[in-house]
Design a protein around this ligand. Structure first.
Ligand code: PEP
Ligand code: MN
Length: 350
């Protein structure tokens, strides 16, 4: 860390900064320049809390040389982490993992029909919310535990592993029992007590980017899970809010290569929430695979007009099947293949 002094800082102010660094247990090394002095902080293993130094008079600004996160960084681990949702469904390797299904689990008929359709089209996981974080308290909140049971039934029928959201600790325990991967939604990305609790449940975690979160914020939230002993974390870009109402959110494709440079954790893309409109989901799904995403999270509903949540962005099953053909072809161009659902011939052999 470097403490940059103001041009008019006095020698006494520089001495005070040196004393404060000493008091923090680090070595201070003043580097006088022609216009100002910079004081280097030496001997810190990780990032130092700079607030005490920033508050001292004569300090212009503090520059961090070390990132605030450690365990999730690519400097800490150069190979990409492989997250195993099921034996043939691994995120972060050469396979691209497509997770598809409705926004909300609504009924047995709906979830089983969707699971069959997305599996036939080549999806490797079934997604579907039983606990729904809705902006309005009057909107459908999900079927809760019954929804998880219906997801487990759909898994028995199709073999597809289940990715589903937990909104609180009690729900997370139920999700860990009945599901295969625990989703932390955008609104809970910085619910740190939930992150710590979920980390301990022994299941992979799908961590979605908050809608006003920077990439640094996303990686710090993932750091909570790794620091609690669970490295099975998949990151997810799902769009951020901007000034422009033309799309539900601004789907940040750049986040994919940006995160891959900074972190060894796999990152998938959710063009459904990232655009909010069915006709935009298909091109942005193609683009995300071309950009190197390790997978996709796509909302599909057998009858989107009647969906109890996120109908406008849900693909019709036939649209999803045609998207999967595109995704397969694009993945092939960049040397990747689609992960197979457990139980398919290829999955058994591989
Ligand atoms: C969802 O996946 O249905 C969902 C609510 O996503 P997000 O948390 O990204 O809004
Ligand atoms: Mn949704």
């Amino acid at each position: 860390m470097l403490v940059v002094m103001r041009q008019d800082a006095t020698q006494q102010q520089i001495n005070d900064v040196v004393d404060a660094i000493d008091a923090l247990g680090f070595e201070a090394r003043p580097l006088p320049g022609s216009q100002r002095t910079v004081v280097g902080v030496i001997g810190n293993d990780g990032r130092v809390d700079s607030t005490r130094l920033e508050a001292l008079s004569g300090v212009f600004r503090v520059i961090h040389v070390t990132a605030a996160y450690t365990l999730v960084s690519r400097e800490h681990q150069s190979e990409t982490t492989i997250v195993t949702i099921a034996p043939s469904v691994q995120v972060g390797g050469t396979n691209v993992v497509v997770m598809a299904g409705p926004c909300s689990v609504e009924s047995e008929e709906q979830i089983v029909a969707t699971a069959r359709a997305v599996r036939a089209a080549g999806a490797a996981c079934l997604r579907g919310g039983a606990f729904k974080p809705r902006s309005s308290p009057y909107s459908f909140q999900g079927l809760g535990k019954r929804g998880l049971e219906l997801l487990a039934l759909a898994r028995r029928e199709t073999g597809l592993p289940i990715v589903t959201e937990a909104m609180d600790e009690a729900g997370a325990e139920m999700v860990a029992e009945l599901g295969d991967c625990i989703q932390i939604g955008a609104r809970n990305m910085q619910n740190f007590s939930l992150l710590k609790a979920v980390a301990k449940l022994g299941k992979p975690v799908l961590l979605k980017r908050g809608m006003a979160a920077t990439i640094n914020d996303l990686l710090l939230s993932a750091e909570y899970i790794l620091a609690a002993g669970n490295n099975q974390v998949i990151l997810c870009e799902r769009g951020v809010r901007t000034f422009d109402p033309a799309s539900r959110t601004m789907f940040d494709l750049t986040a994919i290569p940006a995160v891959q440079a900074l972190s060894h954790l796999p990152i998938i893309a959710d063009p459904s929430h990232g655009t909010g409109q069915r006709d935009r989901v298909i091109p942005m799904s193609r683009a995300a695979i071309a950009a190197g995403a390790d997978g996709l999270l796509v909302e599909v509903h057998p009858n989107p007009e009647r969906a109890r949540s996120d109908g406008p962005q849900a693909l019709h099953p036939e649209q999803f099947a045609s998207l999967m053909d595109d995704v397969r072809a694009i993945a092939g161009v960049i040397g990747r293949t689609l992960a197979r659902a457990p139980g398919t011939a290829e999955a058994r052999v591989g």
